[in-house]
Write a protein that binds this ligand. Structure first.
Ligand code: ADP
Ligand code: ZN
Length: 326
């Protein structure tokens, strides 16, 4: 499919719902495609008993206005159970977010709305959108990582999302503290300063420098350190998955000067070991900014609903219609 401003609205396409369920807000939308969103609304993520009825009301009201919704895509903050053979498929699992642990969000929404739901992580949804419409177009082997309040990532190989017994947890990869880093406690609730998120998320930057990440000046030494941690992450991902591109998004990546620093640290760390990553131009193609920004999650959710109505089994991976192999 293509996505352009001049693409024609197609009223015959089935009406779909999308939800980006985030730790701070739920973005809900109804439309037939990312370029045909007819109604959208955002609700703060408070407790499930309050937020979920608001979401349900929104879709019920949309059905009254626009007609029946044929499928719903739900990209959710995690960790979540996305294993369809599991009895707790659809459940939010060990989230530190108060009141949400143990909530089966798919069950609640599908019972209330009577609609089939395609369920995945928020980052798998965002990756689907970036792969289809954004920085990963025409690339089948991709990694997407968002560096914000937490660090979350998703993997795609041969056009298919890679999930195993659960989904990947890239943010908690175990990495060593860089030489010269301060002795701070780290920000990960589970691993302190012993994982990537504990060392390089927005809150980690704030704790380490006692200044919010967006207030650190461009020439602050914290950015060189930050780029080294993200370069280590990219090196590990490059060596394990062999992706053709790594897409970086999220609040912290709103600092464009980080990209050249990450690329040059990555080049140094890989030490010309990987033949496909040799020149500065190779690295420029390899580590790139996300293109869809805040819209990636909700566009991905709508694309998930589209895939559901196209009758692809959820275990089939991404629909070939939405991907072109490189
Ligand atoms: P979330 O992860 O909660 O969905 P974001 O991706 O916006 O939201 O991430 C928020 C984090 O990103 C905060 O820790 C904030 O300090 C950091 N952040 C937001 N904007 C910027 C910016 N322009 N530069 C650096 N860090 C930023
Ligand atoms: Zn951790």
């Amino acid at each position: 499919m293509s996505f352009s401003s001049d693409s024609v609205r197609c009223k015959e396409r089935p009406l779909l719902g999308g939800i980006e369920a985030g730790g701070t807000k739920f973005v809900c939308a109804v439309g037939s495609a990312p370029d045909d969103i007819r109604e959208t609304q955002t609700f703060p993520t408070t407790e499930p008993e309050k937020t979920l009825p608001q979401v349900i009301d929104f879709f019920q009201s949309c059905v009254r206005t626009h007609g029946a919704i044929k499928g719903l895509g739900l990209g959710c903050f995690g960790p979540v159970d996305i294993d369809q053979t599991s009895t707790s498929w659809g459940q939010i699992t060990t989230t530190p977010k108060p009141n949400w642990s143990g909530v089966n969000i798919v069950k609640v929404l599908s019972e209330a709305l009577g609609v089939a739901i395609e369920f995945d992580t928020d980052v798998n949804a965002a990756l689907l959108a970036e792969a289809t419409l954004g920085a990963g177009r025409n690339v089948a082997d991709l990694v997407y990582v968002t560096i914000g309040t937490g660090i979350g990532g998703a993997l795609m190989s041969g056009g298919r999302a890679i999930n195993g017994s659960m989904h990947p947890e890239i943010g908690h990869m175990q990495i060593a503290r860089e030489e010269g880093d301060t002795e701070f406690e780290g920000s990960c609730l589970f691993h302190g300063a012993a994982c990537l998120e504990g060392l390089a998320s927005g809150p980690a930057i704030t704790v380490r420098w006692k200044t919010p990440a967006h207030e650190l000046g461009m020439d602050h030494s914290g950015w060189e350190l930050q780029s080294k941690y993200l370069a280590t992450m990219c090196a590990n991902l490059a060596l394990i998955l062999s992706p053709r591109r790594i897409i970086l998004g999220g609040g912290v990546m709103q600092q464009p000067h980080l990209f050249p620093m990450i690329r040059s640290n990555l080049q140094q760390k890989l030490a010309y070991y990987l033949p496909q990553l040799n020149t500065a131009a190779d690295f420029e193609q390899f580590v790139v900014p996300a293109e869809l920004g805040q819209k990636a999650g909700i566009f991905g959710a709508i694309l998930m609903a589209q895939r559901l109505t196209l009758n692809h089994s959820r275990q089939d991976g991404f629909a070939p219609e939405t991907y072109e192999r490189q």
